[in-house]
Design a protein around this ligand. Structure first.
Ligand code: GLN
Length: 488
């Protein structure tokens, strides 16, 4: 599978048809589904119809758009008109959205074609894709390991060559962590740069749509199409003018300084991750970047803060799945509305989702609010302040993306706390509302890929992606390779 910019070029110049591209992508999707359970729905008929319509438009002389015929995979918590959207939950098993999310609509207007809806942890709650009501997904580099989560299926789609571009959502790391676990690029924009209209809410002050790809140019192409103000989303940045492609300049590294976060780059990381971090640091220095140490004193409190704020917001957002208007109604012999709601929620929400609702309701309840939720908001501010101070000294801040590479299925699923602790590096960007990207950094334990994360000040996303491009240039095709068994 080629890159998005190559496919679009070939379709635009008539060297190939959208139909041929989409047929190949669907065939690959079927294989990947059988081997890795990456998808909840493969949208065969809709994708082929869209491809034929695009070919017809091109034949009649119309411009098919900058992403002409590019297959894209969309995480199943992002609405797609006419295509089932479950959020990985049994409660939305039969939900067919009447409209598409703005991000999907803008991709489609640019010529991209949705081939599949990706597997995920239910409502985005998890880090391994094992919390999906539609079964766990598997890592394309080693089927006995998790692909990461919650955007596991989206990461698999890119790493196994089903599509060059996939959308995920990132509330505390769900785009960056699976990207690191599968050896691809995962980018979470600044809060507000991508519209969340039509995205199923998890924790509204943290949620952001993110892009997964194997090339910085593909990310730039997709961002130029998707970003920009959306009047349907009150948190969308006004007057935003995305200029990612224009900023992919060769001198992105000139005179820049990067701060390696001391609290996150030592103890607690695996040997392999530390080695990868060291190698990336050495590479940056060879390229003339000044790499120094920076301290984020409140970073160690990021997990505690995130796991109060996110469940608190989730408990409010998920109140609507009560069997009344949304979700499945169960409990035929139930007496009254309260019992119907209780039974419906009990029967259709999985154990991790229920745990989050309980934690969140508790943190918000009278008498505990100040001690938990209120305190978490204060620490959230301190973390953002730490980052602001770091950016006064450095252009970017650098950490591992995850403390280890992908682990075995089942290894952490019975220990939620162990799974939560692994989000230590990624939650910071969401708490501060800034952009961050995970970049492939070679192999760690078990010959599994791992990633290095860069964070940029708010709204400096274009510079962040230009940094990725500069690193990519030094490594060529080896930068974000397809998983070994999916190269042919
Ligand atoms: N792993 C984190 C969680 O379980 C982040 C999830 C996400 O970003 N959607 O909440």
């Amino acid at each position: 599978m080629s890159f998005a910019y190559e496919i679009a070029e070939q379709v635009r110049t008539g060297k190939t048809s959208a139909r041929a591209v989409i047929e190949a992508s669907l065939a690959r999707a079927e294989r990947v589904q059988a081997e890795l359970n990456a998808f909840i729905t493969i949208a065969r008929d809709a994708a082929l119809a869209a491809a034929d319509a695009l070919d017809k438009r091109s034949a009649s002389g119309e411009d098919p758009g900058p992403l002409a015929g590019v297959p894209v995979v969309i995480k199943d918590n992002i609405c797609t008109q006419g295509i089932r959207t479950t959020a990985g939950s049994k409660s939305l098993e039969h939900f067919i959205p009447p409209y598409s999310a703005t991000v999907v609509e803008r991709l489609q207007q640019a010529g991209a074609i949705v081939v599949a809806k990706a597997n995920l942890d239910e409502f985005g709650m998890g880090s391994s894709n094992e919390n999906s009501a539609y079964g766990a997904a598997r890592n394309p580099w080693d089927k006995s390991r998790v692909p990461g989560g919650s955007s596991g299926g989206s990461a698999i789609a890119v790493a196994s060559g089903v599509a060059p571009l996939a959308l995920g959502t990132d509330t505390g790391g769900s785009v960056r962590q699976p990207a690191a676990f599968t050896g691809i690029i995962g980018y979470k924009p600044t809060y507000g740069r991508l519209s969340r209209y039509g995205v199923i809410a998890f924790a509204s002050s943290l949620d952001q749509v993110g892009v997964m790809a194997r090339s910085s140019k593909d990310i730039a192409l997709a961002m130029d199409v998707m970003a920009g103000h959306d009047e349907h989303d009150a948190t969308s940045i006004p007057k935003d003018k995305p200029q990612f492609l224009d900023n992919l300049t060769a001198d992105a590294l000139k005179g820049i300084k990067i701060g390696l976060v001391s609290e996150l780059s030592g103890e607690g990381n695996s040997e392999g991750v530390l080695q990868a971090l060291e190698q990336t640091k050495a590479l940056l220095e060879r390229l003339g970047v000044q790499v120094g140490e920076v301290s984020l004193p409140n970073a160690p409190y990021g997990i505690a803060t995130y796991y109060l704020v996110a469940p608190a917001e989730a408990s409010a957002n998920l109140a609507r799945y009560d069997g009344m208007v949304y979700s499945i109604r169960t409990g035929e012999n139930a007496l009254g509305q309260a019992e119907v709601m209780m039974k419906s929620r009990g029967a259709t929400l999985g154990p991790e989702v229920r745990r989050r609702i309980l934690m969140g309701t508790y943190a918000l309840s009278a008498g505990y609010y100040d001690a938990y939720y209120g305190k978490a908001l204060k620490v959230r501010r301190l973390i953002a302040n730490d980052l602001e101070k770091a950016f006064a000294q450095f252009d970017f801040v650098m950490t591992p993306t995850t403390p280890s590479s992908a682990y075995k299925l089942g290894e952490k699923s019975s220990d939620p706390l162990a799974m939560y602790l692994d989000d230590i590096d990624t939650v910071l960007a969401n708490l501060a509302g800034i952009s961050a990207v995970s970049v492939p950094a070679g192999k760690a334990e078990g010959e599994m890929p791992c990633g290095v994360q860069f964070l940029a000040p708010a709204q400096q996303d274009e510079k962040l992606i230009a940094l990725v491009a500069a690193l990519e240039q030094t490594q060529g095709d080896q930068f974000a390779p397809l998983a070994t068994s999916y190269r042919s």
